[in-house]
Write a protein that binds this ligand. Structure first.
Ligand code: VGL
Ligand code: ZN
Length: 208
């Protein structure tokens, strides 16, 4: 697949806290960094998503008395998995992996900034109505196809992919540029949901 001039690469949450050694490690998360750097050099348009929570964020187990990480609770907008504290604004854990090398990226979109709403997706927060503005940015720049890589495949990448499809973009998730958390079958479920939604699941070798 040659890269269209109307395509953008969205690099999702390649941050220290999602790398082994961080607060919410995604197994093998560090392994995708060289591939992402190589792939990104083929794109003119690169956007980076950054999970960026205030301390005391509603998605942190520590914000809920008696709850443990990976418990699921009901919030006004629906079920919420509780996580270890992670990607706290301006912390080292929230910084990009030190070897991520995307000098030509034009936009960093920060998400999960609202203390009372989580946001896995780089497009729409978990209340499904607060937008990050990313759809408008991409459409104003005439982007019609969004390639995605990053962490975690079964959370932030999947929700970003579904929302991008719903917004009318062609979406290609580059599987070897992603790694998953895989909680209770979440990886298989994510693959099925993306396929159902018409997301193309590809390998980096398909992009030339
Ligand atoms: C993510 C859980 C909590 C992700 C972010 O980037 O997939 N997962 N916050
Ligand atoms: Zn988060």
């Amino acid at each position: 697949m040659p890269i269209s001039s109307r395509a953008a690469l969205l690099v999702i949450d390649v941050q220290n806290d999602f790398i082994p050694g961080g607060q919410l490690p995604v197994p093998e998360g560090e392994q995708i960094v060289p591939l992402i750097n190589r792939l990104a050099s083929q794109f003119r348009q690169v956007v980076i998503a950054q999970d960026w929570h205030p301390s005391g964020h509603i998605s942190f187990a520590s914000s809920h008395l008696g709850r443990q990480p990976y418990d699921v609770i009901e919030l006004p907008y629906g079920a919420q998995t509780l996580w270890p504290n992670h990607c706290v604004q301006a912390s080292v854990g929230a910084e990009f992996h030190p070897e991520l090398d995307l000098p030509h990226a034009q936009l960093i979109i920060r998400k999960g900034c609202n203390p009372d709403i989580d946001s896995y997706s780089a497009f729409l927060e978990a209340d499904r109505s607060t937008t990050t503005g990313l759809t408008g940015y991409l459409k104003e720049r005439s982007i019609d196809t969004v390639y995605m890589v990053g962490l975690a495949l079964d959370f932030c990448v999947m929700f970003s992919a579904l929302d991008a499809r719903a917004a009318g973009f062609n979406v290609c998730v580059v599987l070897d540029g992603c790694r998953a958390i895989d909680l209770d079958g979440s990886l298989a479920a994510a693959i099925a949901r993306m396929q159902e939604a018409g997301v193309s699941l590809i390998q980096s070798s398909d992009v030339r």
